[in-house]
Ligand binder design. Sequence first.
Ligand code: CA
Length: 274
Amino acid sequence: MLFPDFRQVSPLFVVLIALSTTSPSRADLVTIQNAGFEDITGQTVSNEFTLGTPVGWSLYDPNGVTSVAGTFTGTLFPNGTDFFNTTAPEGNRVSILFNRGAQGSGAYGYEQTLAATLQANTDYSLSVEVGNIQSGTSESGEFFNLDDFPGYRVELLAGGVVIAQDNNSLIITEGTFATSTVNFSVGAVHAQLGQTLGIRLLNLNVPPTPSGPDLEVDFDNVTLDATGVPEPASLWLMSLGGIGMIVTLRRRRRMQPRSADQHNLIASAKHLDG
Ligand code: CA
């Protein structure tokens, strides 16, 4: 194997080459449509609620839950008193997945396919606010029993395949939101590289008690960060640059002229010898 002559290679040049072949190290926000559920275009407004599938999202409903009477999708404008102890984590509205009519019949929710694709050597971080709605009375005067929680799942997909998820790991207090985070690191190789990314937000629809309360999960403020990490080849080049710098510094130190005191000492020694 041939090793480069470090004396001939500018360390700065090597570091610059390494940096130029390294993926960006800053976190890039991946574009998600209507990530905060503020766009209610095309929805039916009903007091603090809107009804319909939120703009930019589609239904993921393999068991037909949302076709049953008594299930509603849409948004809610939390006022900080009814249903939630706070207002929306982002903007004014949160998405809702309300179910009175098809409890226990399978997970369902929203999904969105993104324009971005799965990239090699990248760390992904998907973050979503998940809400455990509490019982309350709506502006229309109707009381909703929303005790307990049917469970949630947040999924990150590539090419339609789930590659990472948070499967109901948070314990969320009634009337509050909690942040679900899904972290996923992609190395040089992955079966779904180059395939479109996707996000699913699911109500697990598991009844906590028989003939119990209505089942609802709410979501808000979906974000996806993608951070490029240096490829192994770039790391090798950067370490080469570091070695080169050390070699150069040592050479320069060795070639530095002697001080006046050192010259005098040497002259004195020669004089004594003579
Ligand atoms: Ca919002």
